[in-house]
Design a protein around this ligand. Structure first.
Ligand code: PEP
Length: 260
């Protein structure tokens, strides 16, 4: 059975000491080894190695929050896929809404980063999500499927098995965000899955589609009960390790009941 994914992006939070404590808490818990669950953590670059080293053989995946598309060279301030892999990352989170909207990353650039992640042997976690205006205009599916197609534009069908997609509506993320209902998330997830099935054809595997945006301990059960949702991408509610573990445990319990 495919695992249910639960992960967190720390954004620009946590020192190396915080990161070491976070990793130690995960390592001390039996939950990361629970069948049917795959945890991941996206620390800032400065804490990648601390988290990866602190986790040791604990099977929580470590993801960078961004990479540059180039393998090396004159790109001051940037970090390559090989560099994050060297710090212990096995995944890269790409196209988060804060990078699209605050930094101005384009779909074309995000597609190049997805390519670079795969070329370096990383799992590419592509984030897509519509703005409030796009949703109000009835264009949520159109906007997210467009981001998906451009983000995965240079990915071959047989490479889809090394991709994950996170549906993170911009209006649902962060302070003041309104969590998406499981039913609304499900309709976008189904559209994303259909677009990927077309791309996958006979040889490819359709990547898991995670939901992110104001997930917390209160709403995670209802989201996890929705069959279209293959995992949860959590921000604020998992910035402490106990928060990630609590959401993961609750979600896993619901998934187990659903498949029992
Ligand atoms: C995010 O920024 O990806 C996110 C899911 O944040 P939050 O859960 O805090 O809304």
């Amino acid at each position: 059975m495919a695992p249910f994914w639960v992960g967190t992006g720390w954004k620009m939070n946590h020192t190396r000491a915080d990161a070491a404590a976070y990793a130690a808490t995960l390592r001390a818990s039996p939950l990361p080894r629970a069948p049917g669950l795959q945890l991941f953590v996206c620390p800032p670059f400065t804490a990648l190695a601390t988290v990866a080293d602190g986790l040791g053989d604990c099977p929580v995946k470590v993801a960078a929050q961004n990479i540059h598309w180039a393998a090396a060279g004159a790109h001051t301030g940037e970090i390559s896929a090989a560099m994050v892999a060297d710090c212990g990352a096995t995944m890269a989170e790409l196209g988060h809404s804060e990078r699209r909207h605050d930094i101005g990353e384009t779909d074309e650039e995000i597609g190049r980063k997805v390519r670079a992640a795969l070329d370096a042997g990383l799992i590419a976690l592509l984030c897509v999500g519509e703005t409030r205006l796009e949703r109000r205009a009835g264009a949520a599916i159109e906007a997210t499927v467009r981001q998906l197609k451009l983000g995965l534009g240079d990915v071959a069908a047989d490479e889809l098995k090394r991709c994950l997609v996170a549906y993170e509506p911009v209006w649902a993320i962060g302070e003041g965000g309104v969590p998406c209902s499981p039913a609304d998330a499900a309709s976008v997830h189904a559209a994303l899955r259909a677009a990927m099935a077309e791309k996958a054809g006979a040889v490819g595997v359709v990547p898991p589609v995670l939901y992110g945006g104001s997930v917390n301990l209160e709403n995670c059960r209802a989201l996890a009960a929705e069959p279209e949702i293959d995992g949860l991408f959590v921000g604020r509610a998992a910035w402490q390790a106990e928060g990630l573990l609590a959401v993961a445990e609750a979600a896993l319990e619901v998934r187990r009941q659903r498949t029992a």
